[in-house]
Design a protein around this ligand. Structure first.
Ligand code: MN
Ligand code: MG
Length: 651
């Protein structure tokens, strides 16, 4: 007892006023406290900086998470630090290294450099580690001063998973020293095994097909865990770059963390991939998840958000039973680096760790230069001043890039051969954002930072499979943007101010007109107003009237496909593809690949002519310069309210 007290005093004095965790303070002679810290889905966010917006951001950055990590290390000496994958891709710094600087022999990737500086004990591979190809990945991993494990991606498959020739080591057994309640050191063997969604074979087919194969996560785990136990692992921690989904295992499941946590021999599980937080109310309704206890199937679990937003933390109280160590008590949590206030402003909760910043400072500066300089050219101006009244290049470029990507993703699936359409909305189109709130990229050079102007939100790409009737209703939903116009009426205010522009989806791949003399079928929230109302007329596909019974794929984003805006046909039931990539990433890749883009609007939609009727439309004053380029009969009509310019359109 006195030893324990002395040790407590000693630790308390060396760590300043930091209190010991109860597991450290109260461990019995045969007990020891093991802490496991997790970062996940960093996506190259080392600095607290948003490179697209080109400004500091308090919600991201390993340099910030590092301060939480350093604080935990001060509280207890037995802490392991593990990253759960998706570190290599996902912001312009990642693209800069992959597309511009490259990885020459001896180069260290800045995110790896930062992880080395922070002293990670291990990591696993996320799906995004494969985005730039296997050669690039292996060059990046060569710089890591810590083991990186993955068990379900193999160069060659064997007769069972343990016979596979895996791409990297499937697992590692770390010798780790823990101190018991009496102050005596013990060596324990901590086994770490990692998994990534087998869907990478589809998502990164062009890099992976013919080079590697993926195994089902649960099948692979079941094969390896007994082997790790045989090799002396006292404790097994699963690094699941696979999120919290269904409790029942199904073949090839993407989010396998719950059944994985329930496997015999698993003592703790680190999850990720979903960019959410565990424990948190987000998972309150998930079978097998206990957000109060912080467990999945009774196993301690954590998920540390994304981009460095949180540090996941699992505290295990271990007890020695003969020669074996077992977990007798556990606590898990996720600690944030910032908090959002009631007025939606953000307060940083920690400072940046200078050593982590220093590790990536050079590449940070280079990335700033990269996002500010041209990576491609546009031979047409990309602006959204008229995006609500005519087909528009700023929406068209998003549509084109989505289509380009989804066509590739549908190959080899049961949906191959269906016509592919693409839905996109103008995110920045005035409204409550004000008269300057428009996309405006002039003809000529396009820089990476312009892409955030084209695509404001960090959405991810999805595809839904819908009927022709749902395509039509999707457009009817969009058509709720406009007030009804009596035939022959003059100067009717066109836009319904209750209708946000991000819910004005234009669908490319079909042609249509909107008849504003008709009432809207849906209200601004997407509630059905009138079953028989129809504003969408002359709807054609491939030159013929659209077959309402035919099937189509629509490329869209996670917001829409997840039910955002309440669009007919856009639901989880119709979703046939959930891409790991952001729509922004796809636009960047498209521009980098094409060099020069020609995002000409194809005028696939317009208002149906209404002889003698005029409407008033308010947009940014800068629109005046483009008046002769818009495919609608429009003239200036003085000033609008609040700094907007007013225009008159003859329908
Ligand atoms: Mn991720
Ligand atoms: Mg178009």
């Amino acid at each position: 007892m006195s030893l324990t007290l002395n040790r407590r005093r000693f630790l308390a004095s060396t760590a300043g006023l930091i209190a010991l965790h109860p597991f450290s303070a109260n461990a019995a002679t045969n007990q020891a406290h093991l802490r496991i810290m997790e970062t996940t889905d960093l996506h190259v966010h080392v600095f607290p900086y948003d490179y697209y917006a080109d400004k500091p951001r308090d919600t991201v950055g390993l340099a910030r998470t590092a301060s939480l990590i350093n604080a935990v290390r001060a509280e207890a000496s037995n802490a392991l630090l593990i990253d759960n994958g998706d570190f290599l891709q996902g912001n312009p710094m990642g693209d800069y290294i992959a597309y511009e600087r490259g990885m020459k022999e001896g180069d260290t990737h800045p995110v790896i450099e930062a992880m080395n500086a922070l002293g990670f004990d291990a990591s696993t591979l996320g799906n995004h580690e494969f985005n730039y190809g296997i050669d690039f990945l292996m060059k990046a991993l060569a710089g890591a001063n810590f083991p990186v494990v993955n068990a379900n991606i193999a160069l060659e498959l064997g007769s069972d998973p343990t016979k596979d020739k895996t791409l990297i080591p499937p697992y590692v057994i770390l010798d780790h020293s823990v101190t018991d309640g009496a102050g005596a050191a013990h060596d324990i063997k901590v086994g770490l095994i990692g998994f990534t969604p087998p869907q990478v074979m589809n998502w990164d087919r062009r890099h992976l097909e013919g080079n590697v194969q993926a195994r089902d996560i649960i099948e692979t785990a079941k094969a390896y865990i007994p082997q790790m136990k045989e090799q002396g692992a006292d404790i097994i921690v699963v690094l699941s770059h696979s999120g919290i989904g269904a409790a029942d295992a199904s073949d090839g499941m993407e989010n396998a963390a719950v059944p994985l946590a329930g496997l015999e021999g698993v003592d703790a599980i680190l999850t990720g991939h979903s960019h959410l937080v565990f424990p948190s109310p987000d998972y309150a309704d998930f079978a097998g998840a206990d957000v109060d206890a912080g467990t999945l199937m009774g196993t301690p679990a954590t998920m540390g958000g994304f981009w460095g937003s949180h540090m996941g933390l699992i505290d295990l109280l271990l007890e020695k039973d003969g020669n074996a160590w077992r977990v007798v008590s556990a606590v898990s949590e996720a600690r944030p680096i910032s908090k959002r206030n009631e007025d939606r402003s953000v307060t940083a909760l920690v400072e940046s760790d200078p050593a982590v910043l220093a590790a990536a400072q050079t590449e940070h500066d280079e990335t700033l230069a990269y996002v500010r300089r041209a990576v491609g050219k546009t031979d047409a101006p990309l602006h959204s001043y008229f995006a609500l009244v005519a087909d528009d290049p700023s929406v068209q470029i998003v549509s084109i890039a989505q289509l380009w990507y989804i066509e590739e993703m549908m190959k080899g699936t049961e949906h191959e051969g269906l016509p592919i359409l693409s839905a996109a909305a103008p995110f920045k189109a005035g409204g409550r954002g004000g008269p300057e709130y428009f996309t405006d990229v002039p003809k000529g050079d396009v820089a990476i930072k312009n892409v955030s102007d084209l695509y404001l939100y960090p959405n991810t790409v999805r595809a839904v499979r819908v009927t022709g009737q749902q395509v039509k209703d999707w457009l009817e939903r969009s058509a709720g943007m406009f007030n009804q116009v009596e035939p022959g009426a003059q100067d009717v205010v066109l836009l319904n101010p209750e209708f946000p522009s991000y819910n004005f989806d234009v669908i490319d791949g079909v042609s249509y007109q909107m008849d504003l003399s008709q009432p809207s079928k849906y209200d601004p929230k997407g509630e059905l107003l009138d079953e028989n109302a129809s504003r969408i007329v002359n709807l054609t596909y491939s030159g013929a009237p659209l077959d309402l019974g035919a099937e189509f794929i629509i490329a869209t984003n996670n917001y829409r496909a997840g039910g955002g805006g309440n669009f007919p046909g856009a639901t989880s039931e119709t979703t046939v593809f959930e891409g790991p990539d952001t729509n922004r990433d796809i636009i960047v890749r498209y521009i980098v690949e094409k060099g020069t883009i020609s995002p000409r609007a194809d005028s696939n939609w317009s208002f149906a002519p209404m002889e003698g009727s005029t409407v008033l439309f308010d947009t940014g004053p800068a629109a005046t310069a483009y008046l002769d380029q818009v495919d609608v009969n429009i003239e200036p009509a003085g000033d609008g309210p609040d700094g907007f310019a007013r225009f008159r359109i003859s329908l």
